[in-house]
Design a protein around this ligand. Structure first.
Ligand code: PLP
Length: 449
């Protein structure tokens, strides 16, 4: 490895980071991570901290998950790559499609379209949604609905259905025909409604209103995260997703759940769809499918999609990626799925998630700058920071960065996203790890009055 000075200097000189401004490389230079074991990461300066970010919501099984590493190494020896475009397939991807069909059977999903990550999965679902309607003779159904505050990756389609201006403005014009519904976000919403169930009903009324306004026969699909992750862990009332599903069904609109974060146990259920008891027509997944060890994703298909495509045997899927069904990714995913089930990670995610949520609520009692705490469904928790509780004025970026830095020095990597601090640690964290994260957060929050 090159020495610390070389890495720091050249990171600033040659490396453009995602979701980062050029000034960040000098004002808040990145931690250069050089190692990781269990649920902890090490940096080039010799610090070791608990990773409360879980990589980026993806290292569900921790960094030492040997079966996944072994599967990757073995697959590199057996078949390091081959395409799955027309005319070829591979054993690892076939076995994975079989296992995924079993894993997602309770969600009504049984065909796999492989991708190289979350944004690819979203783009796949949006494109296939349009093709679905064309195959059925409804070529006027081209529009998409989604939630404000939702995050669906950064490709043009995904950015168009994204509900956060930060990921949109610099890239406009985006796709026409994408319409955004208010999110069931109790802390801030246009209705000034704080009761979760009433707010869910108001958002549902807005959804119905938008469908009537656009005309149902112009809408291809609604895409939605079962719990909004990057937007700040917005957990809808339990009545919300079933109502969305019913409205989509009644109006011939496909329902796509974007489960790039929520699938594979993060919410304390095996999928977000299962958490809310809905059956989507397509489900986008990625991230934890390979524990973050290989870029990979999958869109799972339900009966409507399967019938439309398989009843039109000549219909060509004119979509796919060089790395769709990559054998190394598929081998990693197979090992990951096996380990995820063996460890029954949903139990620990639910128990440790409650501990994290309760701990954050206690921090809200202690620190005036904590305006809201969201979570309570598995290991997805957010603290929203404000400089004034009465006006809910969001905290400034420098204070949020100071909190993050202090928490790091106190033993935990937490993630600042706008005014939110988000915790999404590996699903294998212990009681003691969660306490380390909470006390590091406490130290961080204590630095800002
Ligand atoms: N969809 C959701 C819900 C996500 O959270 C993300 C990433 O965080 C994406 C899509 C995009 O995934 P990727 O960054 O792998 O392209």
């Amino acid at each position: 490895m090159k020495d610390s000075n070389f890495l720091k200097e050249n990171n600033a000189r040659h490396f453009w980071h995602p979701m980062t401004s050029p000034e960040d490389s000098t004002t808040t230079p990145p931690k250069i991570i050089t190692g990781a074991q269990g649920v902890s990461i090490q940096d080039i300066d010799g610090n070791e901290v608990v990773d409360a970010v879980g990589g980026l919501w993806n290292v569900n099984l921790g960094y030492s998950c040997q079966p996944v590493k072994d599967a990757i190494a073995a697959q590199l020896e057996q078949l390091p790559y081959y395409s799955t475009f027309r005319g070829t397939s591979n054993d690892a991807a076939i076995e994975l499609s079989y296992e995924l069909a079993d894993f997602f059977a309770p969600d009504g999903l049984s065909r796999a379209f492989f991708t190289s990550g979350g944004s690819d999965s979203v783009e796949t679902a949006l494109r296939l949604a349009r093709q679905y309607h064309k195959l059925r003779g409804e070529s006027g159904r081209v529009k998409f609905l989604s939630l404000k505050k939702g995050y669906h990756g950064t490709h043009i389609g995904g950015a168009s259905v994204n509900g956060n201006a930060n990921f949109r403005n610099a890239y406009e014009p985006l796709l026409p025909g994408c319409h955004h519904i208010p999110a069931p976000y109790t802390y801030r919403n246009p209705f000034n409604e704080t009761d979760p169930e009433t707010l869910a009903n108001l958002c549902i009324a807005a959804l119905e209103d938008e469908i009537n306004f656009q005309g149902a026969n112009t809408i291809a699909a609604m895409i939605m995260e079962p719990i909004l992750g990057a937007g700040g862990v917005i957990v809808p009332h339990e009545s919300f997703a079933p109502q969305v599903a019913e409205i989509c069904e009644r109006n011939g609109i496909l329902l796509i759940t974007d489960e790039v974060i929520t699938a594979y146990g993060r919410t304390g259920a095996w999928s977000g769809a299962r958490l809310w008891g809905i059956k989507p027509d397509m489900m986008c997944t990625a991230k934890a499918i390979t524990n973050g060890f290989f870029p990979f994703g999958v869109v799972m298909m339900g009966d409507k999609m399967i019938e439309a495509f398989e009843n039109n045997p000549a219909a060509k899927i004119g979509h796919g990626y060089t790395y769709s069904g990559h054998p190394v990714g598929a081998a990693a995913a197979l090992a990951c799925l096996k380990e995820t089930k063996r460890l029954n990670v949903i139990e620990n995610a639910a128990a440790r998630g409650t501990q994290m949520y309760d701990g954050c609520l206690a921090l809200m009692d202690k620190h005036e700058i904590v305006g809201d705490v969201r979570g309570g469904k598995g290991l997805m928790t957010a603290i929203e920071l404000v400089s004034d509780r009465a006006t809910k004025k969001p905290i400034d970026g420098a204070s949020a960065a100071l909190i993050q830095e202090t928490a790091y020095n106190a033993g935990a990597m937490v993630r600042v996203s706008g005014p939110n601090i988000i915790m999404s640690p590996p699903l294998v964290v212990t009681d003691a790890d969660v306490n380390t994260i909470l006390s590091a957060l406490d130290a961080g929050l204590s630095t800002v009055k």
